[in-house]
Write a protein that binds this ligand. Structure first.
Ligand code: HEM
Ligand SMILES: [Ca+2]
Ligand SMILES: [Ca+2]
Length: 327
């Protein structure tokens, strides 16, 4: 029986992270995802995506977080199949998952550059994953080897988006259930939430954290942080969605500050605060707060799992010519 204690796992991960990344990834068999899927069909793809994303990721400091969140929201709703990019089309029964897909022009730009190099070969779903990988590494995070070969969906449903995207007030139970259904361990579930090390949230999403009441809903909250939220978020009158609060203290940097903030009672949303006190997750929060290198390794494993859990491959789906429309 393998030694599966946290310490032993950590040791093994640190020693052979590269190998584990491959093993923990998606199926390598026929019709599945693989690390060299585009070797022949689109040589140089990864370098092309890197080059195409760079100007946008640098020019717009909010774009890495937006792309990373787009990746999560795609994979969370009927799998990583670029369903999130489809515009509504009544004649085909497509109801857009987003109010405005135009916010994510970066994927369209990359797609058109990739199409010019290798027409009809690379799905929008793979491009989302590759762009999210670039967003992480550009922000100072780990470089993650990702298996490719996803196909794009021919459907999208805003009803499914409502059903599967987590509410901003989800707790540890709900979050663990969600991530573990994608094959993640508890540790990986805590690590993937580390994506909140970049970007920002809107005040409206914090309303349910009983800010409208005089007390926050968890006793671990740093009173100074509570005061800051109180200052930034109006507590009188109807909730507005204009105020933006940074996810962690180093919002442009992909680092382990998110876990330090969580330990110090500065978690922004319910889940960010809850993981530092729940007995199932607290030790991992502490571990990641103390050891950024280790966080990066577990985040990489979790990222691969999230990106491979539910995918269309082989004859399923299609390679869309344009990401916002089915062929
Ligand atoms: C329990 C799971 C999760 C919940 C409840 C959650 C909730 C939220 C909320 C409420 C926001 C702020 C949105 C706004 O007010 O505009 C946010 C932002 C963000 N989320 Fe999550 N999230 C979860 C998991 C994830 C995962 C798994 C990822 C990526 C792998 C992710 C990446 C992000 C990023 C990067 C932002 C910042 C977006 C920006 O600044 O444009 N989240 N999340
Ligand atoms: Ca999807
Ligand atoms: Ca950060």
């Amino acid at each position: 029986m393998a030694d599966c204690t946290i310490k032993a796992l950590k040791q093994r991960l640190l020693q052979c992270a590269g190998v584990i990344l491959l093993v923990a990834g998606a199926p390598q068999g026929d019709g599945g995802l693989s690390y060299d899927y585009h070797r022949q069909s689109c040589p140089g793809l990864e370098a092309t995506v890197k080059k195409a994303t760079l100007p946008v990721l640098i020019a717009d400091p909010r774009s890495p977080a937006a792309v990373l969140r787009l990746f999560f929201h795609d994979c969370q709703v009927q799998g990583c199949d670029a369903s999130i990019l489809l515009d509504s089309d009544d004649s085909r029964g497509i109801a857009s998952e987003m109010e405005s897909t135009r916010n994510f022009g970066i994927i369209g730009v990359v797609k058109s550059i990739v199409e010019a190099a290798c027409p009809g070969q690379v799905s929008c779903a793979d491009i989302i994953v590759l762009a999210a990988r670039e967003a992480v590494v550009r922000s100072g995070g780990p470089w993650i080897a990702v298996p490719l070969g996803r196909k794009d969906s021919t459907t999208a449903s805003n009803r499914r988006a409502d059903e599967f995207l987590p509410s901003s007030s989800i707790g540890v139970d709900g979050a663990l259930q969600m991530f573990m259904s994608k094959g993640m361990s508890v540790e990986e579930s805590v690590a993937i939430l580390g994506a909140h090390t970049i970007g920002a949230g809107h005040f409206l999403n914090m309303v349910r954290r009983s800010l409208y009441n005089s007390k926050m809903d968890d006793e671990n909250t740093d009173p100074r942080f509570e005061a800051l939220l109180g200052l930034k978020c109006p507590t009188q009158g109807p909730p507005t969605n204009h105020t933006v609060i940074l996810n962690d203290l180093t919002t442009l940097l992909f680092d382990n500050q998110y876990y330090k903030d969580a330990t110090n009672g500065r978690g922004l949303f319910t889940i960010d605060a809850a993981i530092s006190t729940d007995p199932r997750t607290a030790s991992y929060v502490k571990l990641f707060a103390e050891d950024q290198r280790y966080f990066f390794r577990v985040f990489s494993l979790a990222f691969v799992k999230l990106s491979s859990a539910v995918v269309l491959t082989g004859e399923e789906g299609e390679v869309r010519r344009r990401c916002n429309q089915v062929n």
